[in-house]
Ligand binder design. Sequence first.
Ligand code: ADP
Length: 505
Amino acid sequence: MTVFAQWSIRWRLTGWYCAVLIPALLVLGTFVYLLVANTLAREVDARLSTTAQRVERAIRVVPSYPFPWENVVLPDVNVFSDPDTFLQAVDLSRRVVVSKSRNLGNQALPISASTLEKAAEGQRFYETLTVDGVAIRLYNVPLMLDGRLIGLLQVGSPLTHVQQALQKLRWALIFGSLGMVTVTAAVGWWMANKALRPIDQIAQVAAEIQAGEDLARRIEPPPTRDELGRLVETLNSMLERLETAYRNLAAAHQFQRRFISDVSHELRTPLTTIKGNVDLLYRMYVGRSGKGASGEESVAGAADGLAGDELDMLRDVRSEVDRLIRLVQDLLTLAQADAGVKMMLERVAVADWLPDSLRRAERLPRSEAVAFDVELEEAVLTRQHWANVDALQQLVYILLENAFKYTAQGKVTVKAREVDGGLELAVIDTGIGMPPEVMAHIFERFYRGDPARSTSGTGLGLSIAEHIIRAHQGRVDVTSREGEGSCFRVWLPLEPSCLASTGGL
Ligand code: ADP
């Protein structure tokens, strides 16, 4: 079933034709063969019996005692024989052939013990014997005189012709059947092809529409209004509806993108102004109060007329404004990606951006119980590739910010090495990790694995990271185990190395 199901419909239809035809031909062939064999055998038997009757009728009996053969006058059997019919009369008492047809020459028809036995019982019967490799059909007729068995008349005919005819019939049936199966398979294949060609054309056009994403294209309807015509009509109206839905969706999407882009643009300026003012206010108060011995700003001054609560509020406003600016920046980045704005890439060495990015990212907030370790392969730093340095710095920033954010204690390690002609940058942490159902969504926009939103974040970081990696023709692979940690492995293609191309030193 499984193997058969994988065949194309053409092969299956052809297979079915043959599967029905072969047994039918076998049954029919066997029936014809048996019928002919039986008819020929009956014909031979009938001919032998007629000849025997004619001989019997010609036997004359002249009463004379005591020798029975002197009383019986046999006719000249040659009169009744033909090239294919042998005749032989046997004196049963003396067990000698008393008369035989000339075509037997100096041979005689065989007389077996069982033949004599049956003849003694006065039975007329047929038998088939083989003499010198030739099958002979014999009709044995007991000759009776006054109720006494005096002899045996044997009429025989070789079966050579019958056997030859049957052999010819056998070959004719075998070759005829094979020819018929071949012709039927070819015709079946041709018919299935003809019937399925329009479906092939429909499938091809549908595939082209799908590959080219050209929903405006339609399938040419066949001239007939049969099942195929209706199928094409249904598919075309389905495509029509799809096209309309797709257009509406694209328009809505376009509108949404423009809206996000415009809003982000519009928000950026007032937010930058607010941030400037808040920073100024903050510096004014914190600056005046000065820093404590520990260097912390929290000692700011109630003494200067700003209550501790008010200072905290100012600090909150400042961090929320920072968050808003980042969110707007992230939204703008994604809106540009959606609009298809190409990222500008230049040929740089890995050393031009990676160590610097790591140095800066090291200053990201993290728990004191988290160690930070960097393992950079020296050779890979000298390798060059096409990159946007700002974007890659942002990528490092996003991955490390997450690693620090989701690791309360333990270690965050960054490893860089060359793998398969590319730079592999792995950010490994021993943090909270992720269950598989979270991992499946982390690259979606606004998705946050922590439903309680206990950590800060917008849910846009990894979407941007993925966009940056894609713009660099790279890939990212994530492995994570809940409670044990996560590993984000980014691979970015490198320019072929000079050493590699010259075979190395
Ligand atoms: P967020 O602003 O929430 O960090 P991201 O897009 O950067 O947004 O990440 C999406 C989600 O992926 C996170 O909310 C978090 O559940 C999960 N995640 C990302 N990095 C890690 C990590 N290193 N360890 C555990 N979970 C992570």
